[in-house]
Design a binder for this molecule. Structure first.
Ligand SMILES: [Zn+2]
Length: 116
């Protein structure tokens, strides 16, 4: 922790500042407070949600779109509620768009008599 008086870095066990001698026994370290605000790291869930939304556009929209919505939900639960909601909406949109693209491609090949 840092001394509130002179800013000298002291080890956690110290009761007095090693530089100026100020009482630092009541000073709490800033790390636990910051950790309490972020109980879970949403970073991987954000990346997964975006990646699976993009996959859903091209391949198996029901499966990957559904997973992407789930990852957006995990971002929401990890404390990032606004971004989580946006990710879930984007995932739903990609799922529907991927489904439409799939129908369009299927219809295109069907017209060309490639598929039965
Ligand atoms: Zn000090």
């Amino acid at each position: 922790m840092f001394c509130p008086k002179c800013g000298h870095p002291n080890n956690k066990e110290g009761l007095f500042c090693g530089e100026c001698g100020a009482d630092i026994s009541h000073v709490s370290a800033p790390e636990p407070a910051a950790a309490l605000k972020k109980p879970e790291n949403a970073g991987p869930w954000i990346a997964l949600s975006i990646a699976f939304s993009l996959i859903a556009l091209l391949f198996c929209p029901l499966l990957f779109g559904g997973l992407s919505i789930y990852f957006g939900y995990r971002v929401h639960r990890a404390g990032n509620e606004k971004l989580g909601t946006i990710l879930m909406i984007v995932a739903g949109g990609c799922m529907m768009l991927g489904f439409l693209i799939g129908l369009f491609v299927y219809g295109f090949f069907k017209m060309r008599h490639v598929l039965p």
